[in-house]
Every structure is written in structure tokens, then in C-alpha cells.
Write a protein that binds this ligand. Structure first.
Ligand code: NAD
Length: 256
């Protein structure tokens, strides 16, 4: 018996990085997994990997900022699996810029993916889970949703928004008696394509990587699986008394 056996799980941004690791882990633990992303080739590859290991998965092409995509995705999930038990709102983008250097267009682009995407994902998941009597929604915030960084103005705002939006949704669901739990996850720096992209833009990539490592008392960056295991816990019934909580997985970054 897996830890999420017989549950149906949707993971956004599941083609790469933390989302991919989460989709693979949830499948290994018995869930039927919906891999949602804009990257079709990489998304189909994740589905193929799950199926090759004997699991069940479905790819849906989804831009989390587009409401029509959400309604199509939910129809596809209902048609294939008939229900939704777990929704991981993971898709997100990074953007480096201070309050002075960030344009309104860039600000809005970041909020659209990181905040609007999580709002829509939570709203559609609640709609699907409500009539079945429960579910677990996990929203990806960040350490940048807990502490400020002068170079991450738009990203800070989006991830802080995810943190408190998650609590609002959690309270609404709890007080409405829906038995839907909503929690946020706050990773430190994880060595995924997102962070590899940040360091790739600098002339001395090794020095840039070391600078990030030095921010973490454990002395190394995280791996995508470190976050996937936290998400698995929140997705499973092991965390059934948790809602509106913040799960920090950051190698000690915010303990300092
Ligand atoms: P990543 O860039 O490696 O992968 C992100 C995935 O999301 C990609 O597959 C991409 O195609 C998809 N995506 C992007 N925009 C999308 C959209 N509009 N619609 C659908 N899919 C979209 O990122 P990651 O490092 O795996 O990060 C995953 C989440 O974790 C993000 O929300 C990120 O902000 C958060 N996070 C990451 C770190 C880190 O250090 N990597 C730290 C804290 C929080």
C-alpha cells in the first residue's frame, strides 16, 4: 500500500524540477497522477516514466494563468479518473529585480503565474473536491514568502501572497465543513532548472552557486525530492490535522 494509494493527484508545472519529482513520487506512492504543464514534450515524458513503472498518469496542457485551460483540464480529469483528491499548485517563475528595476509588465507577469495561477488552481480544485467530501491542496510558496530579498521584489510579493491566500482558502474550507485542507510549502534554494537558470546568467557560475549554498546552514542546496517528500506528507492522510500551515523545507535558511 502506498501512502496516497487510490487517490487522484494533479500537479502543475510537473514537466520539470520540483513538480516532476512530486509527480513521480506521488505515482510511486500509489496515486494516479495528472501531469499539467505548458511544456508538452517534457510533460509526456513524465507520463511515460510513470507508466513504464506500472503507474497511471495523464498529461494535460495547461497554462495556469488561463482560466479556460483550467476548465478544460478539470473536464479531462473527470473524464479519465472521475475525481480529484490532491492538487499541487507548483507552477511558478523566477524573476530578479528590485523595486526600482522591475517594470510593471514584469511585475504583472510574475503575479500572473505565481499568484493568479495558484488562485485559479485552488478555486478549481475546491470546486472538484467539495462534492466528493474532501481533498488536499498544496500551494508552492517559498522562503521568499517568509523573508524579504531586495533583488526579488515581484517574486517576494507573489510568494507572500501565496502564503496568506493559502490561509484564507484553508479557513474558508474548514469553516464551511468541506474537509478540504489547504497548506503551503516553503522551499529554500533547490537545484532545479529554475535555480540553474539564475546562476547560468552570471559570469562565474560556480561562485554564484557557492553564494547560494552559503545561505543554507546545512551547507548544500536542496534537491527536488526534498520538497516532493514534504508535499507527499501534506497530500497524504498522515497530515489530516494540518490546514493553513506553512511547511518550511530550507536547510535552515530562515532559522538564522
Ligand atoms: P522550474 O522552472 O524548474 O519548473 C517549473 C515548471 O513550471 C516548468 O515545467 C514550467 O514549464 C512550468 N510552468 C511555468 N510557467 C507555467 C505556466 N504558466 N503554466 C503551467 N506551467 C508552467 O521550477 P522549480 O524550481 O521546480 O519550482 C517549482 C515551484 O517551486 C515554483 O512555484 C517555485 O517558485 C517554487 N520554489 C522553487 C525554489 C527553488 O529553489 N527551485 C525555491 C522556492 C520555491
Amino acid at each position: 500500500m502506498g501512502r496516497v494509494s487510490a487517490k487522484v493527484a494533479l500537479v502543475t508545472g510537473a514537466a520539470l524540477g520540483i513538480g516532476k519529482a512530486t509527480a513521480l513520487l506521488l505515482a510511486r506512492e500509489g496515486a494516479k497522477v495528472v501531469v499539467a504543464d505548458m511544456k508538452e514534450q517534457e510533460g509526456h515524458a513524465v507520463v511515460a516514466e510513470i507508466e513504464a513503472a506500472g503507474g497511471e498518469a495523464l498529461f494535460v496542457s495547461l497554462n495556469v494563468t488561463v482560466e479556460e485551460d483550467w476548465s478544460k483540464a478539470m473536464t479531462a480529469i473527470k473524464a479519465r479518473f472521475g475525481r480529484l483528491d490532491i492538487a499541487v499548485n507548483n507552477a511558478g517563475i523566477a524573476y530578479t529585480g528590485t523595486v526600482e528595476s522591475t517594470s510593471l509588465a514584469d511585475w504583472r507577469r510574475v503575479q500572473a503565474v505565481n499568484l493568479d495561477g495558484v488562485f485559479l488552481g485552488t478555486r478549481y480544485a475546491v470546486e472538484a473536491m467539495k462534492p466528493q467530501g474532501g481533498g488536499s491542496i498544496i500551494n508552492l510558496s517559498s522562503i521568499e514568502g517568509l523573508v524579504g530579498d531586495p533583488t526579488l521584489a515581484a517574486y517576494n510579493a507573489s510568494k507572500g501572497g501565496v502564503r496568506l491566500f493559502t490561509k484564507s482558502a484553508a479557513l474558508h474550507c474548514a469553516r464551511s465543513g468541506y474537509r478540504i485542507r489547504v497548506n503551503s510549502v516553503h522551499p529554500g534554494y533547490i537545484w532545479t532548472p529554475m535555480v540553474q537558470g539564475l546562476t547560468a546568467d552570471t559570469p562565474d557560475q560556480e561562485a554564484a552557486r557557492q553564494k547560494l549554498i552559503d545561505l543554507h546552514p546545512l551547507g548544500h542546496l536542496g534537491e527536488a525530492d526534498d520538497i516532493a517528500y514534504g508535499i507527499l506528507f501534506l497530500a497524504s492522510d498522515e497530515s489530516k490535522f494540518m490546514t493553513g500551515s506553512e511547511l518550511v523545507i530550507d536547510g535552515g535558511y530562515t532559522a538564522q
